[in-house]
Design a protein around this ligand. Structure first.
Ligand code: ADP
Length: 244
């Protein structure tokens, strides 16, 4: 479902991703861990082309973008529709209600009829436990509720893959669980997901595979039990000893 082929990304002289190769099968949940600045967010942003790599290729489902060629705006916008992104800071529109936030993508980007988008958005908000909050504004919601709107919004375009960029790290600790629970539900439904997180318990319970990144490279990858119980690389061991 997802393929990254020799992806290299620079910001000026700084090489942030070095020759990244990654494959994710349909229905799998990949959790990306690693120290701050190791390139985790950039990797996700390259997957939905919020950043464009210097070289390599990315594929989602049937569509491939090869960065050795000129990439058109049309290709970018069509590629981007295949993934739903959930951000650390929710990025909701403050002047839209929860329902309007979730309807926005389908109505403006996909040209879905308003009545249909509304029905779908209501269902999605109900799925994330916010049936009672359809008509409230983001400022009237807790951080955890706002992030659940963020997840419903990302789901609204019916994406083939869901990308989560530290979705709980801006939340008060008591609100983290409700967001992780929604993500766990999505995983159990068989969604293909790439999740950057510091929530190691989530990684252990939900991930099919854990990827440890450092200095723009995938240092080690494997089943959660192998990475957490029996890491092979020194850098992985050091990182895990610092966070546990
Ligand atoms: P992580 O998510 O693992 O913390 P990031 O992908 O955010 O790492 O960042 C990797 C490196 O790229 C860091 O050194 C960061 O400072 C740098 N970086 C990220 N975004 C930009 C940007 N837009 N411009 C310049 N440097 C950036």
């Amino acid at each position: 479902m997802i393929k990254m082929d020799q992806i290299t990304k620079k910001f000026g002289d700084l090489i942030v991703l070095r020759d990244i190769n990654l494959q994710v099968e349909q229905g799998k949940v990949i959790v990306v861990i690693g120290p701050s600045g190791s390139g985790k967010t950039t990797l996700l942003r390259c997957l939905n082309l919020l950043e464009q790599p210097e070289s390599g290729a990315v594929t989602i489902d049937q569509q491939t973008i090869d960065f050795s060629k000129k990439v058109t705006k049309k290709e970018v916008s069509s590629f981007r529709k295949q993934s739903g992104m959930v951000f650390q800071t929710y990025n909701l529109f403050p002047h839209f209600t929860a329902l309007e936030n979730v309807m926005e993508g389908p109505v403006t980007v996909q040209k879905v009829k308003k009545t249909e988008a509304k029905k779908n958005a209501s269902q999605l908000l109900s799925d994330v436990g916010l049936k009672e909050k359809l008509n409230v504004y983001p400022y009237q919601l807790s951080g955890g509720q706002q992030q659940r709107v963020g997840i419903a919004r990302a789901m609204a375009i019916n994406p083939k893959v869901m990308l989560f960029d530290e979705p709980t790290s801006a939340l008060d600790p008591e609100l983290v669980g409700e967001v992780l629970l929604v993500m766990k539900d999505l995983a159990e439904e068989g969604r293909t997901m790439v999740v950057v997180t510091h929530e190691m318990k989530f990684a252990k319970e939900v991930a099919d595979e854990v990827i440890f990144m450092d200095e723009g490279k995938i240092v080690e990858r494997g089943a959660p039990i192998d990475i957490f119980e029996n890491p092979k690389e020194e850098r992985t061991k050091r990182f895990l000893s610092l966070i546990s």
